[in-house]
Design a protein around this ligand. Structure first.
Ligand code: KDG
Length: 318
């Protein structure tokens, strides 16, 4: 099949971590139960897009041990194509405590691990250049010089090939300082077409009083489109100069981690499906609502037929 007739696909580059999460609120103690899962900002997006029927490829380094096998098995089971370089280093871990019923605490163990050894050599030019959309986040460049170089290379290949580049700033203060993040992310942002950010993240790269000011500030740096994620307030988008406001879908919050990735997945799934802005933003809000009203970063994300579950007012589908 020639590339011009191939299904439009999303490609993303990142790290998948093992997640150890405490199911019960309270401090950890000897004998506390910890549930094993996997997560990563880019793979969360990949699974979300795949569940909505989109074609997705994930690129990254994966350990050669059992946890690496779990990661690959799970992503493949979710329909994500994996281009993984196997690496003898271990998988990164994320410890997620529910310190109280409403407050989660995250600790990373990600020094000397496989995902952080990503290198520009791991980025296959043809896969990036043949995609409809490349999605990257500010997490992978924070893992070290190799991963930052790899993301830069992916963005350069995509931008040069006319592939839409999507960047979620996704600032993680446990990984780097605001100054380091700004220095690395600004050049990536300048080559991006579409940027997602929360208000605080947007202020790392631009000024602006309110969401509209921040979106305008981002677009003044190069991107055509900016989406400011406002949590329970929904989102404001400036798309090709036109302003859109998307309210959040009201749900009971179970676990807000992963909501931003879910929002991005909903938006990008509709973008590669050729849907208009209103539909992209609506699906984004629905996926965000699924993510916060279920536990886990991505496990509760919907298949397309399930979107209607949160898109009406009946709590019971009969
Ligand atoms: O957005 C959720 C992610 O933060 C989580 O899945 C893990 O990628 C992750 C990270 O680095 O924090």
């Amino acid at each position: 099949m020639s590339s011009s007739t191939r299904e439009p696909y999303l490609v993303t580059v990142g790290e998948v971590l093992g997640v150890l999460s405490a199911p019960e609120p309270g401090p950890l103690g000897l004998g506390s139960a910890l549930r094993l899962g996997i997560a990563g900002a880019e793979s969360n997006v990949a699974v979300g897009v795949s569940r909505l029927g989109g074609a997705v490829t994930w690129i990254g380094r994966v350990s050669e041990d059992d946890l690496g096998e779990v990661i690959l098995r799970e992503l493949r089971a979710e329909g994500v194509t994996t281009l993984a370089v196997r690496d003898p280093a271990p998988t990164s871990l994320l410890l997620k405590e529910r310190r109280t019923a409403t407050h989660s605490r995250v600790t990373y163990y990600r020094t000397g691990t496989a995902g952080g050894r990503l290198s520009p050599r791991d980025i296959p030019e043809d896969v990036i250049a043949g995609a409809a959309v490349l999605h990257v986040t500010g997490i992978t460049p924070a893992l070290g010089d190799g991963p930052a170089e790899a993301v830069r290379r992916a963005v350069d290949i995509a931008a040069d090939a006319g592939v839409t580049v999507s960047l979620d700033i996704n600032f993680r203060s446990l990984l780097w300082s605001e100054e380091e993040a700004t220095a690395v992310l600004l050049p990536l942002l300048a080559r991006s077409d579409l940027v997602f950010a929360g208000p605080h993240e947007a202020r790392l790269v631009t000024g602006g009083q309110d969401a509209l000011g921040l979106a305008k500030g981002i677009c003044a740096l190069g991107p055509r489109d900016a989406v400011i994620k406002l949590g329970a307030e929904g989102a404001l988008a400036l798309l090709d100069g036109q302003q859109y406001r998307q309210p959040a879908v009201p749900v009971r919050v179970e676990d807000s981690v992963g909501a931003g990735d879910a929002f991005v997945a909903g938006y990008l799934a509709e973008l590669i499906a050729g849907e208009p802005p209103e539909r992209r933003l609506k699906t984004a809000a629905l996926l965000g609502a699924f993510a916060v009203s279920t536990t886990g970063d991505w496990e509760g994300l919907p298949r397309r037929a399930e979107l209607a579950l949160l898109d009406h007012h009946d709590d019971v589908v009969r």
